[in-house]
Design a protein around this ligand. Structure first.
Ligand code: SAM
Length: 284
């Protein structure tokens, strides 16, 4: 066991410093102060971070921890801490470690008894989540799903029954594909696309997955996807074949499939998603 009293010991410190995800005025005074006073700032890319540091007149020594070799870069940072240096870890934007490197460095530094001190600040996942309009607690942060379609579908199937709100990151050129996969596996849940957070072109698209899919052509910029969790009450003892018959009967009377699902959902108390999924599975 290691107990860390962050400001009551003489051990060197690894500071985890978030940086703006778009809007430079979100750089906090504390972040500037820490970055100015540490011995070394470890970043992903010295050119990207160099520009940021220049904007805030920060001149501490900047080193790149190599993205693809966390083992050797962790060693390098542990060496610096062992020499008594205070180090700040930053990523290109937002929080280090959140879909960015740094996990190994933090695990090793904390295990060796160095202080690991996080600063509060920018993170795309939290901005997207709190403004999504969906229930925020509990939530699960998933980050990027695999780009390969079958791996992505497999992962989504794992998450399908999770009752908590899910948060994903996605690149603009893959967003349509991701939303189609979500519709296929999760059903037509409520969702929010949070785009270009904190920037001039910030935008939120809130609706069901199928509604949002109609709006996505040519969408650009950085994106967070927030999708509601599974709302089905699996403990409820419902005869789903009877529910399916009710939907089919309603459709036979001339009602559209979506209206029939809505009506039977409100009559039976079974969620629209669950009925939609059953009808969909039955048709395929
Ligand atoms: N460390 C960052 C954080 O704390 O949010 C995340 C880094 S991850 C490599 C980059 C992804 O974060 C982007 O592809 C996008 O999904 C999301 N992201 C970053 N900035 C964003 C912004 N301003 N608006 C929306 N999403 C953003």
């Amino acid at each position: 066991m290691i107990r860390q009293k962050s400001f009551a010991n003489e051990m060197p410190t690894l500071f985890l410093v978030p940086t703006p995800i778009g809007n430079l005025s979100e750089m906090t005074p504390r972040a500037i102060e820490v970055l100015k006073t540490v011995d070394v700032i470890a970043c992903e890319d010295t050119r990207t971070s160099g520009q940021l540091l220049k904007s805030f007149d920060i001149h501490s020594r900047l080193i790149a921890y190599e993205n693809f070799n966390e083992i050797s870069s962790a060693k390098g940072i542990i060496n610096l801490l062992s020499q008594g240096k205070n180090v700040a870890l930053i990523s290109d934007a937002g929080y280090p470690l959140i879909n960015d490197p740094g996990q190994r460095i933090v695990s090793e530094a904390s295990a060796m008894g160095f202080n690991v001190v996080p600063l509060s600040g920018c993170n795309a996942m939290l901005n997207g989540l709190v403004a999504s309009g969906l229930i925020v607690q509990p939530f699960i942060f998933i980050g990027f799903l695999p780009a390969n379609r079958s791996d992505c579908l497999r992962k989504l199937k794992e998450y399908k029954n999770y009752p908590m709100t899910m948060v994903f990151y996605e690149a603009p050129h893959r967003i349509e594909k991701l939303m189609k996969s979500c519709l296929e596996v999760l059903g037509d849940r409520r969702c929010c696309i949070a785009r270009e957070l904190t920037k001039v072109h910030e935008e939120f698209i809130r609706g069901t997955i199928s509604e949002i899919l109609k709006e996505l052509t040519g969408v650009k910029g950085e994106i967070v996807v927030i999708i509601e969790g599974n709302k089905d009450d699996y403990s409820k003892d419902v005869d789903m074949s009877a529910v399916l018959s009710m939907v089919n009967e309603a459709v036979e009377t001339g009602m559209s499939k979506s209206d029939a699902i809505k009506e039977i959902a409100s009559k039976t108390g079974v969620s629209k998603n669950r009925i939609y999924e059953m009808v969909h599975n039955h048709e395929n």
